[in-house]
Design a binder for this molecule. Sequence first.
Ligand SMILES: Cc1ncc(COP(=O)(O)O)c(C=O)c1O
Length: 393
Amino acid sequence: MTKYNFTRVLDRTDASSAKNDQNLVKQFLGLNYYDDTIPLWVADMDFECAPAISRALESRAKQGTLGYTMLTSAYQESIINWYGRRHNMKIEPEWIVFSNGTVSAIRNVIRAFTNEGDGVIIQPPVYYPFEVQVKDTNRKVIHNHLIRDDANTYSIDIADFEKKCQDPNNKLFIYCNPHNPTGNIWPEEVTQQLLTICAENDVLFFSDEIHADLLRAGKSFTSALNLEHSDKTIIATAVNKTFNVAGLHITNLVISNDELKQKLNKYTGSIGMSPFSLDATIAAYNEEEEWVTEVNQVIDTNLEMMREFIAAHIPKIRFSVPDATYLAWLDFSAFGIEEKELMELIANEAHLILERGSLFGEHGNGFIRINVACPTEILKEALERLEKLLNSM
Ligand SMILES: Cc1ncc(COP(=O)(O)O)c(C=O)c1O
């Protein structure tokens, strides 16, 4: 018996939701959106947020105190307890730095700790806003491409990474663990190697760990905080991702080095938190752990269903269940269809909005990312539409 209902279709009508916004889909992905289109793209879930979060927001709205808000000790404790309990991380209250979202944190970190023209290392195919932030701030994007073997297993090119860190122009590394879009959890020893290389070469290590609570059954995750790291290490965690409240923009950075924190504060300001973010965080971390347990079970079910469906009905797609995240990274290259044409066919014939692999980097060409965090029946319908389209070609 489950406590929450993850079968109900989320009503996005009049919600100003990005995921089903026809104009955005057209503008950003170049795809058509129809009345019966199923959007399985941008990384938010098709599930209502946990009830304690709604209650906390209602209560704050009723109270009507919506002025400038301070980060409280109850807020800090909710984070410290969550990461202590779930990830064995020992976070001190003063290490917690609120940020209005992870992408904005990355942009501020780039601005605070690098200069125009400096190199920032990323590992494509990777969450594409990393590259956008680097370019938009006039820094140089340095690619340490992931290695993909014949079985489509990804690994990190440590030798190339070290070479790039040894270049004194490269000042910052943005790590993604668990990794979007491949869903990999990088082995602990690999993260340790990367941390050591950054420490030896004075490269700031930004560890985006915002998918760390969305682990597939039986998988475990080790934060960079629990490995040997220099004090030039910043960790990003997010209520946003774990509890599907991306629109509230709640990210917490963990920064143990006070000097780094002060420097970053100059870019973020110190009273940037909304009262809704404060209350939602406390409610989520203190009251809704079971919601996360159950949502992970639904994601496991969906991914396993997807694996079985593809093996039985569309075996030309190559797919393995990821270690973490609710994002599936599927290899469509066997169809031999050029990417733009394939995405348009999927949007126009199957009425599905999926994300083309090349968005995540040129080596993502041939792949498609599918967000599976939706009621199982919806995902099944999407897969049936895909089967009908692909098997008729
Ligand atoms: C790895 C990763 N980092 C950052 C983000 C964006 O986070 P935010 O909405 O907090 O800016 C995402 C969203 O999907 C993501 O997958």
